[in-house]
Design a protein around this ligand. Structure first.
Ligand code: AMP
Length: 283
């Protein structure tokens, strides 16, 4: 597996592959990889001749006071996981390589101007998706992939990237991949490492609450308020859990819905101690 730290190295290698007629898949990540990331790389390796994964903790998607400095990192371990999954090249740039003005500063952003980035996580993280779109747009311009792979765990991010690709005519196929979970149901996340043992136990409440939503919907419940109230009540049984939001939205537009139906996304964000976790299910 090639380790590239510069944009020009990635461009030269991808140009070479293109000359050989090979297809290229991209998997953007912030590193500290787990089986969730691994599944994206594995799927990309199945679909494409070559796979580029990026490992970059993107400063423009963190607000002051968020966990940019404490975001977990282990590049050596990441490389082992990537290589095992069939990754051809890992792009591991410095902040200055990606943002030449230094300190993660940029004067040019990609921003979706409708309400999609304002819903769900956007309520407490107002500039988060502007940072995500900007870095993903840059990675698309650097790698020029045929396909790019994103997890359904970050359902709002996936919907926003799909919209960005459509609106800016990127011509890249966006592939959504299912959520990979721990045996007890907790969605795998780089941030799970921060959970203390009692918090780790409490964190299963997220998955339990989503199962209740699925059961209610399959029993015929149509009211999104009734379902989200039950989800919230289940999470609030856990004294260590503090709900940030429980929402029922359309999974493509992220618009809140009053009546749930096929394609309704139940999305939750919960703080357990210092750790903010998100999860979701599509009914
Ligand atoms: P991150 O490193 O957290 O930015 O995630 C990089 C990519 O991996 C994103 O597209 C995430 O949605 C995806 N991802 C993270 N956790 C999971 C998971 N448990 N299952 C599937 N995909 C995931």
């Amino acid at each position: 597996m090639i380790i590239a730290n510069t944009i020009s190295q990635v461009r030269d290698q991808v140009r070479q592959w293109r000359r050989e007629g090979l297809t290229v898949g991209l998997v953007p990540t912030m590193g500290y990889l787990h089986e969730g990331h691994g599944s994206l790389v594995g799927k990309a390796a199945e679909d494409c001749d070559r796979v580029v994964a990026s490992v970059f903790v993107n400063p423009t998607q963190f607000a002051p006071g968020e966990d940019l400095a404490s975001y977990p990192r282990d590049f050596e371990r990441d490389c082992e996981i990537l290589e095992k999954q069939g990754c051809s090249m890992v792009f591991h740039p410095s902040v200055d390589e990606m943002y030449p003005d230094g300190n993660g500063k940029t004067d040019t952003y990609i921003e979706i101007l409708n309400d999609m980035p304002k819903q769900l996580c956007g309520r407490t993280r107002p500039n988060h998706f502007r940072g995500v779109c900007t870095v993903v747009g840059k990675l698309f311009n650097i790698v020029l992939p045929d396909k790019a792979y994103f997890g359904e765990k970050d359902a709002q991010q996936l919907a926003i990237i799909r919209r960005m690709v459509r609106d800016l005519s990127y011509g890249i196929e966006i592939v959504g991949c299912p959520i990979v979970r721990e045996p007890d149901g907790l969605a795998k996340s780089s941030r799970n490492i921060h959970l203390k043992p009692d918090e780790r136990k409490a964190a299963v409440a997220l998955y339990r609450s989503l199962k209740i939503a699925e059961e209610m919907a399959s029993d015929g419940e149509k009211s999104s308020k009734t379902i989200t109230d039950a989800v919230r009540a289940e999470i609030e049984k856990e004294p260590l859990a503090e709900v940030e939001y429980v929402s029922a939205v359309d999974s493509l537009s992220m618009e809140p819905v009053e009546t749930v139906g096929k394609g309704t996304l139940i999305a939750i964000a919960v703080r357990i101690g210092q750790t903010r976790l998100i999860d979701n299910c599509v009914l």
